[in-house]
Design a protein around this ligand. Structure first.
Ligand code: NCD
Length: 304
């Protein structure tokens, strides 16, 4: 992948890198259906120290469709890192001897970068604390491009927990590579990190903070909803204070552009009500499948 041996952060990807990944993903659409044995001699390890449904299973599905094999664990408790106090460095120095590529999700910011320092095989960041989730951002961009036909020129609203949500951090950095308008809608205590807003503005993106979901919906081509990241709050009261705000339900439908799409990395709690699912705007379950396609592209680029 360009000069990259790993996929750790969107910060390391140029616009050309991202476009190449999205183009490679488009080539994977047919491979995903027909399947291939291309990587029958390759093994992918998934080290998930935090819960996951889509990210882990879509990586496994991607590798299986490419003909590869998979191994790994889905919770920290069953690994020596969880119950015996093994360091991440030692876990990586072990697993690199079992697999050709390692996919890691870990509660600490910077964990994927640390893993890459100790690994001789490619590391893919599948979520590092509240910091980043680069493969999710790539599948989000791929979904936008596939559904809207382009990324440049769109008005994209990121809504919900912009402070602790790692998907919106990676997506925000990625959108700085495009010619877009970005609206950031969050409760006051969960606003987007200033560094990411600055990066967008320095890159020429028209990034504006709004404080209501109504403002976020108005004129948006893409509405990207996120879950309040309950598990990242230090005090439960702080979570209770913000939950239930920024809910997208049928009463807000008149505010949406006719062809606006609603995306969500999932899982959702209550921020997009189920009554939205049957509207033409709801694209979050189609977005799920794009995770397989984009992760096939990433694996192909790192393993070839
Ligand atoms: C997200 C995550 O883990 O950051 N889920 C995902 O990978 N699709 C979003 C979330 O947990 O809210």
């Amino acid at each position: 992948m360009g000069d990259f041996q790993n996929l750790i952060s969107i910060h390391y990807l140029t616009r050309d890198d991202i476009d190449l990944i999205l183009d490679t993903a488009a080539d994977m659409e047919s491979v995903a259906v027909e399947r291939t044995q291309e990587f029958s001699n390759k093994i992918m390890a998934t080290l998930f120290f935090e819960p996951s449904t889509r990210t882990r299973l879509s990586f496994e599905s991607a590798m299986l469709r490419l003909g590869g094999r998979v191994l790994g664990f889905a919770e920290a408790g069953v690994s020596s890192a969880g119950s015996k106090g093994e360091t991440l460095a030692d876990t990586i120095r072990t697993v690199e001897r079992y697999a050709d590529v390692i996919v890691i999700r870990h509660p600490l910011d910077g964990s994927a970068r640390v893993a890459a320092e100790f690994s001789k095989v490619p590391i893919i960041n599948a979520g590092s604390g509240s910091e980043e989730h680069p493969t999710q951002a790539l599948l989000d961009l791929y979904s936008i491009r596939k559904m809207k036909g382009k990324i440049d020129g769109l008005s994209i609203s990121l809504c919900g927990d912009l402070k602790y949500g790692r998907t919106v951090h990676s997506l925000g950095i990625a959108l700085a590579r495009y010619d877009v308008q970005v609206k950031l809608a969050a409760p006051p205590s969960l606003r987007m990190k200033p560094a990411i807003i600055d990066a967008m503005r320095e890159a020429g993106v028209d990034a504006i903070e709004v404080d209501s979901i109504d403002d976020a919906l108005e004129g948006a081509d893409v509405v990207y909803m996120t879950r309040i990241q309950k598990e990242r709050f230090y005090l439960e009261q702080d979570f209770i204070d913000v939950r239930g705000q920024f809910i997208l339900n049928e009463s807000l439908l008149p505010l949406l552009k006719e062809d606006a799409i609603i995306l969500h990395p999932l899982p959702r709690v209550d921020e997009v009500s189920a009554e939205m699912d049957d509207t033409l705007h709801a694209k979050y379950f189609e977005q799920v499948y794009n995770g397989v396609i984009v992760r096939m592209a990433i694996l192909k680029m790192l393993l070839s």
